[in-house]
Design a protein around this ligand. Sequence first.
Ligand SMILES: C[S@@+](CC[C@H](N)C(=O)[O-])C[C@H]1O[C@@H](n2cnc3c(N)ncnc32)[C@H](O)[C@@H]1O
Length: 266
Amino acid sequence: MKRTVEEHAARFDEYASDYDDGQDSEEYRACAGLVIEHARSALEPGDTLLDLGCGTGAIGLALASDAERVVGRDVSEGMMEQAREKAAADGIDNAQFGYGAFREPDYDDAVDVVSSNFAMHHLADDEKRETVDTIAAFGPRTFVLGDVMFFGEPDPSEPFYDPSVDDPATVGVLADALTDAGFALTAVERVADQVGVLVASRTDRATRASPGRCVIRLYADVPGARRIPSRFRHANARRIESRKYEPRLPELPPRLRDGAPTRASP
Ligand SMILES: C[S@@+](CC[C@H](N)C(=O)[O-])C[C@H]1O[C@@H](n2cnc3c(N)ncnc32)[C@H](O)[C@@H]1O
């Protein structure tokens, strides 16, 4: 980790009230939309969703009506205060947000589905591996991870990757961590060269997805999209779909729809 947990928390506390307005990029919205879509299809009645690095609640609040209970964990009180305010404004009463770090989420109840969007890239690779092991110990059916991740060569000039604060992994490192922890990769969504969504299902719990089959979806219009990192090949990949893929983008907050949005690094 290039900053301490406390430094990340302070950075996001400062930025919290403007955070939602800054998340207008197509890549962020596509990533969040896919995380929501995959987590929604994994959730069953009575389920608990644990959203790690929950921030202002983009994922958890969108899924509150699909789960019995949503538990958001983050290290930034400022970000979670925004989430709580949005939950109250929308009349959502089954979502709770509290302090918890990736490797110490401070939660010990049952979890069925875990999600995380645009947050794990703050950790170093060995810390991401510890996080995946922590998540696996909860025994969820499915873990949906959307994040900054490298499908090709790292490019520090990308707006999603600031080497002074971010530490994204290659997709291969994440695939290894997930499969070593007992997950099977059931979908890989390449949103852009440095943004993707991985869906991992426990091999020892019944899932609607069938472990051993992995769908890899690519934007056909992303340059180099046909290059599949060789480390996918041992990650249970059986089927590769290369086609123009149109993820459903989540709605922008109303004040952004008509205004002139600005991009902020996540
Ligand atoms: C870019 S925001 C993403 C928020 C939200 N998931 C979203 O999709 O909008 C990253 C979040 O990760 C949180 N974070 C950073 N390091 C963390 C850690 N070690 N444990 C838990 N959360 C962390 C930050 O406080 C911040 O809220």
